[in-house]
Design a protein around this ligand. Structure first.
Ligand code: DGL
Length: 255
């Protein structure tokens, strides 16, 4: 493994592309392996042990492929598996996304906040530590069971219906919205339609800066662009549709 090794990144499907897009802005020279685990989607309501096992198998594969760092581009896997992975592979670099609740605290703590995330994230110990540390006492926590799943499928009518049913009670009440699942930035416009004029917060850009900083400190930043900053896409169910969707989102401004 050296500075020309790839960076591995994974999520339960294409949602982590919202993280990769931010990483590419800060690290345009790097090469990536993006692993979309659509076979095991959704992660949001998986049993803890199972999700740790799934995440462990993915990172082992990425390390076999000589990745110099692994980005956990899924808030749920990050909340549940990161500490176990760090314990098991103490010499490896893991960068894990988390809901941007601290950013709300730093920028707009006076306003009412809605945190949207999977059940797994909202109920996790890791998120609860973050929440209790920065709690502004004006926060609603919303477990969006099943939402990542319908975003993954790209079913517009179902998304619309879901948001209609689940967001109406927050309309006009919240100003800050934490998108605590990497799939949700893909439906920012739709969420805005239901909540009105809100500010969105997600952890992708700060994750990208953190990744750059860590690679730099370890002397692992790639200095020049080789192979045009290639991105290798792997989907665990070999779905061509996912692959097309991934590249389409990557090149677009969707969300
Ligand atoms: N995109 C993931 C997250 O950030 C997981 C969604 C799911 O598979 O439930 O939580």
């Amino acid at each position: 493994m050296n500075k020309n090794s790839k960076i591995g990144i994974f999520d339960s499907g294409v949602g982590g592309v919202t993280v990769l897009r931010e990483i590419l802005k800060v690290l345009p020279n790097e090469e990536f392996i993006y692993y979309s685990d659509s076979k095991n989607n959704p992660y949001g309501d998986k049993d803890k042990k199972e999700l740790i096992k799934i995440s462990d198998e993915i990172v082992q594969m990425l390390f076999r492929r000589d990745c110099k760092a692994v980005v956990i581009a899924c808030n749920t896997a990050s909340a549940i598996a990161t500490s176990k992975l760090r314990e098991k592979y103490p010499n490896k670099i893991f960068i894990a996304i988390e809901p941007a609740y601290k950013v709300v605290h730093d920028q707009n703590p006076q306003d009412v906040t809605l945190v949207m995330a999977t059940k797994g994230t909202i109920e996790s110990e890791k998120f609860n530590i973050l929440y209790n540390k920065y709690n502004n006492n004006r926060t609603y926590l919303l477990s969006c069971v099943g939402l990542a799943d319908i975003i993954e499928d790209g079913n517009k009518e179902k998304i619309e219906k879901y948001l209609e049913d689940n967001l109406k009670e927050y309309k006009g009440k919240v100003k800050n919205v934490v998108l605590g699942c990497t799939h949700y930035p893909l439906i920012k416009n739709e969420i805005s339609k239901h909540l009105g004029n809100v500010r969105f917060f997600d952890g992708s850009y700060s994750l990208a800066l953190h990744l750059k900083d860590i690679l730099n400190k370890q002397g692992l930043l790639r200095e020049e662009k080789l192979n045009n900053g290639h991105i290798e896409f792997i989907d665990s169910s070999n779905s061509k549709i996912k692959e097309e969707r991934f590249y389409k989102i990557l090149l677009s401004k969707e969300g």
